[in-house]
Design a protein around this ligand. Structure first.
Ligand SMILES: [Zn+2]
Length: 169
């Protein structure tokens, strides 16, 4: 997929998401976006050749709703670097679980502030207790992530096309 998708920026040059280049080109044709950077490869139609858009920017403002990172299992693992927040071990997603710091049975909610990544062993050890009750300590206070764009966009850092670099900080 690298180099075949287009990075969409909001009016203020902040990355929003990755879209297929076809869609980016359509948005460009109808005047919704401006193209900030092209790829080196081109798109041929019967009559014309277009450079494939690598980075486009919306010309109009999005609704002013702040862009929240949606809570999800995958996003929680990413926030915690795939690291158990109790023992610190790093695992693949299959060996990780989500742990409610304040257990659900005690009214704990499934939110950024109450859910952490835990390895299977730690999750089992903690059971339905609070960390204090079983003598376990969190390595960090869970918060809503304030992310680097590539993570927000679900793009691995090494698969970011060169053409996007200037807009991802
Ligand atoms: Zn652990």
């Amino acid at each position: 997929m690298t180099g075949r998708d287009t990075l969409l920026l909001d009016q203020g040059y902040q990355p929003i998401k990755v879209i297929p280049w076809q869609r980016a080109l359509c948005m460009h044709f109808v005047g919704k976006v401006e193209v900030l950077r092209d790829y080196e490869w081109v798109v041929q139609t019967i009559s014309t050749t277009y450079a494939a858009p690598a980075v486009v920017r919306l010309l109009r403002k999005l609704s002013s709703r702040p862009l929240h990172v949606r809570f999800s299992r995958q996003n929680a693992y990413l926030r915690d670097n795939h690291r158990c927040q109790y023992c610190g071990i790093r695992c693949g997603p299959r060996d990780l679980t989500l742990d409610h710091v304040v257990p659900r049975s005690a009214g704990g909610k499934t939110t950024w502030r109450n859910v952490v990544t835990a390895c299977v062993a730690c999750n089992r050890r903690k059971g339905r207790e609070s960390p204090e009750a079983v003598g376990m300590k969190l390595r960090s206070i869970p918060t809503r992530p304030d992310w680097l764009a590539p993570r927000l966009l679900h793009v691995g850092e090494d698969s970011v096309p060169e053409a996007w670099r200037d807009w991802l900080h």
